[in-house]
Design a binder for this molecule. Sequence first.
Ligand code: MN
Ligand code: MN
Length: 464
Amino acid sequence: MEENLENQLLNKKESGWLKTDNERFNQIQEFSNGYMNFLNSSKTEREFAANAVKVAEENGFVDINKKDFLNVGDKVYFLNREKSVYLAVIGEEKLENGLQIIGAHIDSPRLDLKPNPLYEDTDLAYFNTHYYGGIKKYQWTTIPLSIHGVIIKANGEKITVNIGEDENDPIFTITDLLPHLARDQYSKKLGEAIDGESLDLLIGGIPIKDEKGKESVKYNVLKILNEKYGITEADFVSSELELVPAFKARSLGFDYGMVAAYGQDDKVCSYTALRALMETNNPKKTAVCVLVDKEEIGSYGNTGMESHVFEYFISELLNKRGENRPNLLEKVFCYSKMLSSDVDAGFDPLYAGVSDKGNAGFLSRGITLNKYTGARGKSGASDANAEYVAWIRNILEKNDIRYQVSELGKVDVGGGGTIALILANKGIDVIDCGVPVLSMHAPYEVTSKFDIYEAYRTYKAFWE
Ligand code: MN
Ligand code: MN
């Protein structure tokens, strides 16, 4: 009796694995295998967007441009400039009663090539880079890197590049100073030890004679690239080439309980949301999934969440459902509910000092809800209304989904933001919700397979 009361009164926190039976354990492993496979072929926003469209089409989704009218139960998508995807399953109710939206981002921190990247120095050839998003620069040296992206020639011809993933491909790397000669480097602050300008990629070392008879490694690289892709040095100016870790997603731990992979922020949420939408049929309210680019650099640009392409997509839904009155879009947003689905800082026992243990997100304790993010007194946060938090809680508890409510670190230790406030500003009820991650933004991030599966279950329940 007393123990029962204790169970009722206390908000107990324990590993979700404790109540995972064999059947569920196998479901979790199988789901995680699918996730890891998807990650290996979706390291960049363009690759993720292309694979998301492929998965959607296999599940009956149609390009919205091919539809003049939309009926209840229809499944449509809009691919925006190959970098962001907007999907919807039309619900029974009118759109003006509000949508149920899940938004996640498909870009991840990385290194981009500069517009004029190629140079040579003392018989070695390099690509000059400019980092993208919040990285700890030292983590990107001395690891195998692959090159992904597109080169668009002036005539519009598009060349897709993916080199370093296949076992037979070469890889590339950024060198670091040997410890023997690093006395000055050791004395620098961690954030200053590696200079952004010295994050240059080593790409070649065999010189050939150029037309003037001068020996050149750069010329050799250009010749190889010309033979392989038909490009010249000038074509780099209209390219988008991204350097990402060449290693594959793997199960982590003797118990196979975790996933180690590049880009889990935020592909762990975008993948689980995508999978959940594929299984959403005939929802009451229209289910919308937004997979956006550019979150890691502020959500700006015409493929980021700030872009009005989102409004355009929702307007197209309204038009094609025959719901059109002036200012209807604002009403739709005002009555919509959303999960801003993004990763959370997982509590790391090795760095316990940055977290408030009573308000942190722990690996394997389920999906984390962040009522707010922000920094320095919640600045820059969208603070979800308590009524809405309760509404979400109810869904989770009804479906026996493990969840935890957390903050991003101790007060004033740092902070961060997501796309939540952008949607909240439109009038949508929104809360951050996602999977806790260790080593966030590092070339190899860690998540718990239990949490990945709970995220998927959360998104399914939200749309059902
Ligand atoms: Mn994120
Ligand atoms: Mn991030």
